[in-house]
Design a protein around this ligand. Structure first.
Ligand code: TRP
Length: 334
């Protein structure tokens, strides 16, 4: 028997370029694991419409942004499959079948849906598509029979729902679906520059992977620190400082020293922010360089997306044959 690698499916909504939250929450894991797992990366353009249905004209540019960011971070198109959600109609079909047995009650208790509804200001006017997008995400994951889903911790309720859907489907019909597991990174939730909520494009509190060194410096210089600290010599409280939470993630070698100096008041916020800026710019420099190279050759990027989507489509067709047979929608009339 041929040894088959286990599969990963993960991905992003094309609502803008990717930011540091995406990087530490999921992208870094997918880049590391792509050698070990057969990796599928979905550019979830239909899911992006849940909050952008009034502005579909922005989708295409952001599909490119997300593809470029993944490639610039080190996703190797020779071993990983990057594809577009809307170009796999089987995902929409699977979503409909799942939606027959997922209760609205269950969906409306999803904590991520609640948080996002608040964030986007549509708590009292949730659309059917928004409330149901976790069902569609279950279809994203299961159409290619993924075993592992590297994501940030906010996505856990969706993976839990996917697991429930798989168990229910397999029990109701035939055991044809694979139950996936979530893989949460060790930095599951990066706070935004405002320190109030997770880093998120819609909150405007991000450092983007494609930001220039100057933009990174400006964003960090404006970020919130310990609000009780007014003068550089005041003793600081690193445990409540947002910038210190970034130092822990991006500058782990120096955290002990920084913490001590901050607490004693021997390092000011400006200096601390400057060290962080240098570290983040060092991290982003090779990513920026690769992105700039790729941007010069968009034909290659198109080819990568086209061939990834072709491969995903083959997997979708295989799964749908089993699914349709299991739910008895496999008649033919000739
Ligand atoms: N919901 C994810 C996000 O907002 C994007 C996504 C869509 C996804 N489909 C997925 C993530 C499937 C993992 C698996 O970032």
């Amino acid at each position: 028997m041929i040894f088959m690698k286990k599969r990963i499916l993960t991905g992003d909504r094309p609502t803008g370029p990717l930011h540091l939250g995406h990087y530490v929450g999921s992208v870094l894991n997918r880049v590391k694991l792509q050698h070990e797992y057969d990796t599928f990366i979905i550019i979830a353009d239909v899911q992006a419409l849940t909050t952008n249905f009034e502005h579909p004209e922005k989708l295409k540019a952001d599909v490119y942004n997300v593809a470029l960011d993944n490639l610039a971070c080190g996703i190797d198109p020779n071993i990983s499959t990057i594809f577009i959600q809307s170009m796999i109609p089987e995902i929409a079909e699977l979503t409909i079948y799942y939606s027959m047995f997922v209760s609205i009650n269950l969906l409306s208790h999803n904590p991520t849906i609640k948080t996002e509804a608040k964030q986007y200001g549509f708590e009292h006017r949730k659309t059917y598509g928004f409330l149901g997008y976790p069902v569609s995400q279950a279809a994203d994951i299961t159409f290619c029979r993924a075993n592992l889903v590297p994501v940030g911790s906010d996505q856990l309720p969706h993976i839990e729902l996917t697991r429930r859907i798989v168990r229910r489907f397999n029990k109701l019909y035939e055991p044809v679906l694979v139950e996936p597991e979530a893989l949460i990174s060790n930095v599951p939730r990066l706070m935004g520059l405002d320190g109030n909520a997770k880093m998120s494009k819609s909150l405007g509190n991000c450092i983007y992977l494609s930001d220039s060194p100057k933009a990174v410096a400006e964003s960090i210089s404006k970020a919130i620190t310990d609000p009780a600290r007014i003068h550089a010599t005041d003793p600081g409280h690193p445990d409540i400082c947002n910038i210190f939470s970034y130092q822990k993630v991006f500058n782990p070698k120096f955290v002990v020293e920084l913490k001590e100096n901050c607490t004693k008041g021997t390092i000011g916020c400006v200096t601390c922010k400057k060290t962080l800026t240098v570290i983040i710019n060092e991290l982003l420099e090779p990513i920026r360089t690769r992105r700039a190279e790729l941007e010069k050759d968009m034909k290659t990027v198109d080819d990568i997306i086209a061939s990834g989507t072709k491969r995903a489509k083959i997997e979708a067709e295989k799964t749908m044959e089993l699914v349709r047979k299991a739910i008895k929608i496999d008649y033919s009339f000739q």
